[in-house]
Design a protein around this ligand. Structure first.
Ligand code: PXP
Length: 240
């Protein structure tokens, strides 16, 4: 039996804290519980507007995370300095616009090739792995390979939003094609955004996808069953 790796995104815990500017709930505590429940990595997105995760969180997580710390961030100079300083195990480069509710689409690697290539190299020189969050689009996959990314994370938002079997199947096919192409090119493949306890089922058999980054649904489920059980239940679904 093989189990895909699970990264738990604890941003949503920080979002509840920031709503009231309290000291609780703490994403650092949540990350510890996730790891004890079997999560393989902890993912946090330090946004330019600091709407949920704070620099303080990332700094403490760097000291406490026992598995892998994956820092999602925009490819900016500010974030470059922070990554050099904190040294997460991996960064995932994501697009970021102030007005968007969350990360609405993947990074346009094709159009920003030179900038991203240099950025990837800077990270690698600092011994930090690099993943690029991209749409399931073959041009983007090839561009990610050209800029020498180690990993791609496929944006599953459209698949999750698809209405009806046909639309969902079409989105799944795009994901499978992107994952296969990336694997052939020698990159590792992760997937994430919008995944929950039901829509994950069709993705798990896709052998090329080794890892899932899931946040919202796990933190939401934790309201009912507690965080440890929410993580364990998701892990159980990642077995094939
Ligand atoms: N992966 C990336 C790159 C993301 O930006 C997000 C959303 O913050 C996730 C995974 C997790 O998405 P969700 O919270 O919808 O599970």
């Amino acid at each position: 039996m093989i189990r895909r790796r699970l990264g738990v995104n604890v941003d949503h815990v920080a979002a509840i804290r920031q709503n009231r500017r309290t000291s609780y709930p703490d994403p650092v505590t949540a990350a510890g519980i996730c790891e004890m429940a079997g999560a393989n990595l902890i993912t946090v997105h330090l946004r330019e507007d600091r709407r949920h995760i704070q620099e303080r969180d990332v700094r403490i997580l760097r000291q406490t995370v026992q598995t892998t710390l994956n820092l999602e961030m925009a490819a900016t100079q500010e974030m470059l300095k922070i990554a050099y300083d904190i040294k997460p195990d991996q960064v995932t480069l994501v697009p970021e616009r102030r007005e968007e509710l969350t990360t609405e689409g993947g990074l346009d690697v094709s159009h920003h090739r030179d900038h991203i290539k240099k950025y990837v190299q800077n990270m690698k020189d600092a011994d930090i792995g690099v993943s690029l969050f991209i749409d399931p689009d073959l041009d983007q996959v090839r561009a990610a390979h050209r800029v020498e990314a180690d990993t791609i994370e496929i944006h599953t938002g459209k698949y999750c939003d698809a209405v009806g079997d046909n639309e969902q199947r079409a989105e799944l096919t795009r994901i499978v094609d992107a994952a296969r192409t990336a694997t052939k090119l020698g990159m590792r493949v992760a997937a994430g955004h919008g995944l929950h306890y039901h829509n994950i089922a069709s993705l798990v058999p896709v052998v090329e996808i080794e890892e899932y980054n899931i946040g919202h649904s796990i933190v939401a489920q934790a309201i009912y069953v507690g965080l440890e059980r929410a993580v364990r239940d998701m892990l159980a679904l990642l077995q094939v």
